[in-house]
Design a protein around this ligand. Structure first.
Ligand SMILES: [Zn+2]
Length: 265
């Protein structure tokens, strides 16, 4: 059975991906289907963007508009609720506020290595190691790996500053490890939740709203011509795992445009 992994680098702008002098960035762009012009949702803030990523609706619909979680008034099942009925899903993260992107009972494994205890730099590595173990040793069918360091460096030193670019470079090294250690046939989607400008993000401006999206493991590589929204990721992952999606989801399945990668699909 095909496995999939989702990897998110918090706050990674497309021009940071291309401009951070990372051999891993060059490798990813050469080996993925990708866009450097994906669009996130308003407000481009971490928790609202993650809720839209996993529930395929705008913040106005799921109701989370700040980094403080509030339960949905008209609840929609998210990706983990859909996949969790059939598969073992694992989540590995270093920003504890993400705990509510799935409802209790949806995940087979959830490991948080808090930045408050370990720092973002060290916990990025711990999250990566845990996600690799989850897929290789603990039987996870789908994993979500969240790497928070780049966003923290952006807030502290400024987006596109040298410390921020270093954090992006190191995060991309984690991504390369996660892809290298993934099982055969695994499809990996790598993206950001939002960008940033100066020392912040949250505005409806290109620097904050534009995100890279890369898909590794399909036959096709190169630039995606379709416009890609962060809301398209959950329907795409669900389709890759042959899982039906709720009627409320607004995003498009990207692979219906891309074609299937493997002959046994
Ligand atoms: Zn974020």
């Amino acid at each position: 059975m095909r496995k999939v992994q989702l990897i998110l680098i918090d706050g990674m702008r497309p021009d940071a991906l291309t401009g951070c002098s990372s051999p891993d960035a060059a490798w990813l762009l050469a080996h993925t289907l990708h866009t450097l012009a994906g669009r996130t949702v308003v407000p481009p803030v971490t928790l609202p963007c993650h809720m839209s990523l996993f529930h395929s609706v705008d913040p106005a619909r799921h109701g989370v508009t700040t980094n403080v979680y509030t339960p949905q008034v008209r609840p929609i099942d998210g990706l983990f609720e859909c996949l969790g009925r059939k598969y073992h899903c694992g989540m590995y993260y270093n920003w504890e506020e993400l705990r509510d992107v799935s409802r209790p009972g949806s995940l087979a494994e959830a490991l948080c290595f808090s930045q408050y205890v370990h720092g973002f730099e060290r916990s990025n590595a711990m999250v990566t190691e845990a996600a690799i173990r989850g897929m290789r040793e603990h039987g996870m069918d789908m994993t979500f790996t969240y790497l928070g360091w780049a966003n923290e460096a952006g807030h502290e030193h400024g987006w596109m500053s040298e410390p921020y670019l270093l954090a992006v470079r190191e995060s991309l090294r984690c991504v390369r490890q996660l892809i290298a250690q993934a099982p055969p046939q695994c499809i990996t989607i790598v993206l950001a939740d939002h960008g940033g400008h100066d020392r912040t993000h949250g505005l409806d401006i290109p620097e904050d709203m534009t995100i890279p999206v890369m898909i590794h493991g399909m036959e096709e590589v190169g630039k995606m011509t379709k416009r890609v929204s962060i809301k398209d990721i959950a329907p795409t992952l669900a389709a890759l795992m042959d899982c039906p999606v709720p009627k409320e989801w607004e995003g498009q399945n990207l692979i219906s445009y891309l074609g299937r990668s493997d002959s046994d699909a």
